[in-house]
Design a protein around this ligand. Structure first.
Ligand code: ASP
Length: 325
């Protein structure tokens, strides 16, 4: 009997040992030409750094406590959506009519299940609505009023559109509305979308992205962030990806899926696949950045702008946060 228990104990311990991966979490808070030294005061730098660190810790805690990567991604993004510093949730940029229109998506690498919402104006946390679409509907993407009705039906917190508008963004909008009226597609100095990718103890990858889109975008415009394969992608066989930047280019290049496909079909490493995709976007004329994480916990972050708010906690529990090149 004793031998049997010893054997059982050894088998369980061994299984746990081989089936547990060290958790990893990676985030971005947008890229842009405006993210360079001298453009931020010391206290602004501190605020961004602290927000990124806090976001990472929220997600990492979920992973450390045995939560799955999907949950970690949602929790981390909720924090970033609630933080007015970033262009997602509260603090979102405004469309050409001066109103917020929010997009978000989430994907699970284990099942390739995904959910997204686009053009929503009253859901406090669009990332939760995206997760809800994934888990509680047979669809992948809901837009506008239909998405809002669905969120309400599922008891998500609803707010007035004014909730998302900060004074800072309103002032920036007024300026850009006057200056960029004729060319709303001009890249802004700072994007600011948020994204999170994570690997949990069970080896499952997940990715999520949430945004207010691009300042002064045309009413009804949808960017890459809620598009699975463009702004977000996760596949346990390859990697998890979240993008930020001039969305039209990321849609046209299938950016997030492209990285996964390059790894799967061409055998590229995470770094090569991600960098080649960033270069391709650049060749098309697009600017922005990408964060990527593979099934082995390797991290790669790249951007072709002056800076990108970004950070990670890696398999060695090292926490790193940065803004500039
Ligand atoms: N990619 C987002 C969009 O085009 C913008 C951003 O990254 O800030 O909607």
């Amino acid at each position: 009997m004793k031998t049997l228990f010893t054997l059982l104990y050894i088998t369980i311990s061994f299984n746990m040992l081989i089936s547990q991966t060290a958790p990893v979490i990676v985030i971005h808070g947008g890229a842009g030409e405006g993210i360079k030294k001298g453009n931020f005061t010391e206290s602004e730098e501190k605020a961004y750094t602290e927000a990124l660190q806090k976001a990472l810790k929220i997600g990492y805690e979920v992973l450390e406590n045995g939560g799955n990567s999907l949950e970690a991604v949602e929790k981390t993004i909720i924090f970033l959506e609630d933080c007015p510093l970033f262009n997602a949730g509260k603090g979102s940029v405004l469309n050409s009519e001066g109103r917020p229109e929010l997009d978000a998506s989430i994907m699970e690498g284990k099942t390739l299940k995904a959910g997204a919402v686009a053009g929503v104006t009253t859901i406090k946390n669009p990332i939760s609505a995206a997760k809800c679409v994934m888990e509680k509907s047979p669809h992948v993407m809901l837009i506008g009023k239909g998405a809002e009705k669905f969120a309400k039906m599922n008891n998500l917190t609803m707010v007035k559109p004014q909730y998302f508008i900060t004074e800072k963004v309103m002032n920036e909008w007024k300026k850009s509305h006057v200056e960029k009226k004729k060319s709303y597609v001009e890249p802004p100095s700072k994007y600011g979308t948020v994204g999170c990718i994570a690997l949990d103890k069970y080896g499952n990858l997940a990715a999520g992205t949430s945004t207010g889109g691009m300042m002064n975008k045309r009413y009804g415009r949808v960017g890459d962030s809620p598009i699975i394969g463009a702004g977000t992608y996760a596949d346990n066989n390859t990697c998890a990806v979240s993008a930020t930047g001039h969305g039209e280019y990321y849609i046209r290049s299938n950016a997030a899926f492209r990285i996964s496909a390059l790894m799967q079909m061409k055998g590229l490493t995470l770094q090569d696949a991600t960098q080649q995709t960033m270069d391709f976007i650049g060749q098309l004329g697009g600017t922005g950045g990408l964060i990527a994480l593979d099934k082995n916990g390797n991290i790669y972050m790249t951007f072709n702008t002056e800076g990108m708010f970004r950070g990670y906690i890696n398999a060695d529990k090292k926490i790193e946060v940065s803004m500039y090149k």
